[in-house]
Design a protein around this ligand. Structure first.
Ligand code: CAA
Length: 384
C-alpha cells in the first residue's frame, strides 16, 4: 500500500527540504573535512521544532507524527548526514524514552529543554565489551541511601562530547540479567561523569562519538528513569523508534546520491554524448531509484504503524535493515557512475559513501535486525 501524505506532512517535507538545501547542505563538506559539530545549524533546527518533533507541545516538542519525522529527517540527511544523526538520536532514543518513561517532574526538568533543542542529549548503552549484546554490560549502579553510585565506561556514544544530558543504562541487580538493568538521567554537571576518547571515524565526521566514563558518579534516586530493572526494555523500545530514524537517514543519503548521479551523468560527455544516454548506466540509475522507493515505502509504513499505536518492532527493523543495506549499494554505485571523479572530494558522493557505511552497524547491525525480525515473526502474534 502506498502511503499517501496529508497536507501537513507535505508542508513539513517542503519546508524542511528548502531549509536543508539553503542552510544545512552549504557547509556540510567543510564540517565533514574539519570535524566541525553543527552547533549553529542545530540551533536553527530547534527553532523549527526539529529536535523533539514527536513530543507533544506541552513538553516542548513539535507534536507531529512519525511520518513527518521521517520526511524531515530524510531531508536533513540528504543535506548532511552528520547533522541528521544528532537529530535522530535526540528525537528518538533520547526524547521518546523520556516521554514514555519519565515522571512529570523529570519531563519538566529534562524532556522540555531537550525537545525544545535547548540542550543536546545522548543515550549511553554500548560498552567496550557490550555492543550487540547490551545485557552483558558491566556498568554498575549501586544504591546508597537516596543515591545510586555509577561506575563503568560507555563507548561509541553519539554526541557524547556535545550532549549536556545523558540517559545511561547500568546494572542494579547483575544476577537478574536484562531484568537487572536500570536507566538513569545524568547531566554533564555531575563531577563523576567525564568525556573520554573521541573516535576518529571514516564518516559522520561532524558528529562526535566518544567514550563516557562514570567514576563513582553519584546520581540522585529521583533521576532514575523508569522503575529499577526497566532499563533494557526502555532501551529496546527507544531503539525501535531509533531504527526508523536510521532508515530515514539512509533514504536521505541515497536520495542525495541518486540526484548527484543524475546531475553528473547528464553533463559528463564521453564517446560523443552525455553518458546518461548509455543504457547500462541508465539501468544502474533505474535500479537505484527502485530500491530507494522500496525503502521509502517500508520506512513510511513502519512510521504509520507507530502512529497508529500498533506493535512496530519488526517493521522498524525491516526498514532499518533494508534501507541501510540499500544506501550502501546505492552510494557504491554512485561512485561508479562518477568514475574517477567519484573517488575524489570534488564531488559529494565519496562523503555519502563514507557516511552510509555505519548505517548497517549502529543502532543494531543488519545481523541484529534479522534476529529481531525472526524473533517477531516466529512469535506469530500478528494477523496475516
Ligand atoms: N520493546 C519492548 N521490550 C522489548 C523489545 C522491544 N522492542 N525487545 C525486547 N524486549 C524485551 C522482551 O520482551 C524481553 O522482556 P521479558 O523478559 O520481560 O519478556 C526482554 O526485552 C529481553 O528480550 P530478548 O530475550 O529478545 O533479549 P536478548 O538479550 O535476546 O536481545 C537483541 C535481543 C535484539 C539482540 C538486543 O540485545 C539488541 O537489540 N541488540 C542490539 C543493541 C543495539 O542496537 N545497540 C546499539 C546501541 S545505540 C547506538 O548505536 C549508538 C548511537 O548513539 C546511535
Amino acid at each position: 500500500m502506498t502511503i499517501q501524505l496529508n497536507d501537513e506532512q507535505r508542508m513539513i517535507q517542503t519546508m524542511i527540504r528548502e531549509f536543508a538545501r539553503k542552510k544545512v547542505s552549504v557547509e556540510a563538506a567543510e564540517r565533514d573535512r574539519n570535524k566541525i559539530f553543527p552547533k549553529d545549524i542545530l540551533k536553527q533546527m530547534a527553532k523549527l521544532d526539529l529536535m523533539g518533533m514527536m513530543i507533544p507541545p506541552e513538553y516542548g516538542g513539535g507534536g507531529t507524527d512519525t511520518i513527518s519525522y521521517v520526511l524531515a529527517l530524510s531531508e536533513i540527511a540528504a543535506a548532511c548526514a552528520s547533522t541528521a544523526v544528532v537529530m535522530s538520536v535526540q528525537n528518538s532514543i533520547v526524547c521518546e524514552s523520556l516521554y514514555h518513561f519519565a515522571n512529570e517532574e523529570q519531563k519538566e526538568r529534562y524532556l522540555v529543554p531537550l525537545a525544545r533543542g535547548k540542550v543536546i542529549g545522548a543515550f549511553a548503552l554500548t560498552e567496550p565489551d557490550a555492543g550487540s549484546d547490551p545485557v552483558s554490560q558491566k556498568m554498575t549502579a549501586v544504591r546508597e541511601g537516596d543515591e545510586y553510585i555509577l561506575n563503568g565506561t560507555k563507548r561509541f556514544i553519539t554526541s557524547g562530547k556535545n550532549a549536556k544530558t545523558v540517559i545511561v543504562t547500568a546494572k542494579t541487580t547483575p544476577e537478574k540479567k536484562h531484568k537487572g538493568i536500570s536507566a538513569f538521567i545524568v547531566t554533564k554537571k555531575n563531577p563523576g561523569l567525564k568525556v573520554g576518547h573521541q573516535e576518529e571515524k571514516m564518516g559522520l565526521r561532524a558528529s562526535d562519538t566518544t567514550d563516557l566514563i562514570f567514576e563513582n558518579c553519584r546520581v540522585p534516586a529521583s533521576d532514575r528513569l523508569g522503575e529499577e530493572g526497566e532499563g533494557f526494555k526502555l532501551a529496546m523500545k527507544g531503539l525501535d523508534c531509533g531504527r526508523i530514524g536510521i532508515a530515514a537517514q539512509s533514504i536521505g543519503v541515497a536520495q542525495a546520491a541518486l540526484q548527484a548521479c543524475i546531475r553528473y551523468t547528464k553533463q559528463r560527455q564521453q564517446f560523443g554524448q552525455s553518458i546518461s544516454k548509455f543504457q547500462g548506466l541508465r539501468w544502474m540509475a533505474a535500479e537505484m531509484a527502485t530500491e530507494l522507493e522500496a525503502a521509502k515505502q517500508i520506512t513510511l509504513s513502519a512510521a504509520a504503524m507507530k502512529d497508529r499505536g500498533e506493535d512496530y518492532t519488526a517493521q522498524a527493523s525491516m526498514a532499518k535493515l533494508f534501507a541501510s543495506e540499500m544506501v550502501n549499494r546505492v552510494t557504491a554505485k554512485a561512485i561508479q557512475l562518477h568514475g574517477g571523479y567519484g573517488f575524489t572530494t570534488d564531488y559529494p558522493v565519496e562523503r555519502y559513501y563514507r557516511d552510509a557505511r555505519v548505517f548497517t552497524i549502529y543502532e543494531g547491525t543488519s545481523e541484529i535486525q534479522k534476529i529481531v525480525i525472526s524473533n517477531q515473526i516466529f512469535k506469530d502474534r500478528r494477523k496475516p
